[in-house]
Design a protein around this ligand. Structure first.
Ligand SMILES: [Zn+2]
Length: 416
């Protein structure tokens, strides 16, 4: 006999509820749970007993009437969808589950597909890490030599495995270096094309970083470039910065500094909780005003320095001394304490930041909404003018490419 049970008792349902801390913030859930359906189907899949709500199973029917295979989209008609649908007959073989519903429809599910979508914490975490987004691993200056991986330009262009490895490292650690890039202003394009396309900003589709007197941006100066994120004044802030070093300075200076703000944020949360709260709660106005290539711009965006999601995880860092506006949107009493928190955040990023110098042919790739980056002062000479070509790419495109590659390379049944 196959092990299938129709569960009408709600006793086991509490296992799948969010944690208590989560419930506190969304009080309406208590009301919702009183009306919860206790209609669950229990299915044994490779020794694991998994439960699936009837309504979820029926809505996620994979047949051609309910799911369009080439569009990979649900086409089930919600106008005729019964929220109280119940199975009439259930059977299972080695690979699939078949359910005939009281509306007469029959659904078939691949068991691996079901397991991958199982409602246990373990299965949900597995889905999150394999398909949604790989988990970030934080680092400081001592860890940096171990986590800073180097990837070959030609391998990335010619091998999907190499492309996947580079993007995966970039996603987990927020930084990864490409080496052996040809000496050409367009060499970076081939890398971008492997992902998708650049994020265009008012500085162009790509941008050149070199010393420019009377510049529209302080990055185009040779003096110290203090730790910052790029373009915090964009609501849709570019996710990743790619900087191709065409000419590195032979003078002293010009070293890069990178700091993982996820590490610093966690450190502040533990050691300076009040300052952490000020940086996560206080909205700041980020600003860039000027003219580039004859086009005027006036960009403003309000967000805290450390942005959190509903789980308290850092989603985005905004930090730029030149591009923080003078308008302070918060209460006057918060100004001085906020400045103290800001000073400490900067000092900790300097303390835990890693220092190194890229070479000609390197493309330094880093998460612009997670890491701070900066550069020490340098001096150009007549025969040695430091020059970088930069491009931005959004995380939406990178995660999308990572998922496509993952599905293709690992060939795991039941993912899609
Ligand atoms: Zn169907």
């Amino acid at each position: 006999m196959f092990a299938l049970r129709l569960i009408t008792s709600a006793t086991k349902f509490t296992k799948t509820l969010p944690s208590a801390s989560c419930i506190n913030t969304i009080h309406t859930l208590n009301v919702l749970f009183k009306n919860k359906t206790d209609d669950l189907l229990s299915v044994d899949i490779r020794g694991e007993s998994l439960q699936f709500p009837y309504v979820w199973l029926r809505e996620n029917c994979q047949c051609e009437q309910c799911y369009h295979t080439s569009a990979k989209s649900r086409i089930l008609d919600w106008n005729n969808f019964d929220l109280n649908v119940k199975p009439k007959d259930v059977s299972k073989d080695q690979h699939s589950l078949q359910v005939t519903w009281n509306d007469g429809h029959t659904s078939q599910f691949n068991l691996n597909w079901l397991k991958f979508r199982g409602f246990t914490t373990e299965n949900q975490n597995n889905y999150t890490e394999t398909i949604y987004k790989p988990k970030n691993i934080t680092w400081n200056n001592e860890d940096f030599p171990k986590i800073f991986t180097k990837h070959d330009y030609n391998e990335i262009l010619n091998s999907e495995e190499a492309l996947y490895n580079w993007l995966h490292q970039l996603s987990v650690y927020g930084v990864a270096l490409i080496q052996n890039t040809p000496d050409s202003e367009t060499a970076i394009d081939a890398v971008v094309n492997k992902i998708g396309f650049t994020k265009r900003t008012h500085y162009g589709v790509k941008f050149v970083v070199r010393n420019v007197p009377n510049t529209s941006n302080v990055a185009y100066l040779s003096s110290n470039l203090q730790l910052h994120t790029d373009l915090p004044y964009y609501e849709y802030c570019p996710g990743v910065n790619l900087l191709h070093c065409l000419v590195q300075t032979v003078s002293r200076g010009g070293e890069n500094v990178l700091s993982d703000c996820h590490y610093v944020a966690q450190y502040m949360k533990v050691h300076h909780p009040e300052q952490y709260k000020l940086l996560t709660d206080t909205e700041i106005e980020w600003r860039d005003v000027g003219v580039e290539d004859g086009n005027e711009f006036y960009k403003l965006h309000r967000d805290p320095v450390i942005c959190l999601d509903r789980h308290g995880e850092v989603t985005r860092i905004n930090f730029s001394i030149p591009q923080r506006g003078s308008q302070f949107p918060g209460p006057i009493d918060l100004v001085k304490p906020w400045y103290e928190a800001h000073a400490n955040f900067l000092a900790l990023n300097q303390k835990f930041g890693a220092r190194f110098k890229t070479s000609t042919g390197d493309i330094l790739c880093f998460n612009n909404i997670r890491l701070l980056h900066g550069r020490n002062a340098y001096e150009d000479s007549e025969n040695n003018v430091r020059q970088l070509i930069g491009a931005y790419v959004d995380w939406d495109e990178i995660y999308s490419r990572l998922r496509c590659l993952r599905v293709k390379l690992k060939n795991e049944d039941g993912i899609c």
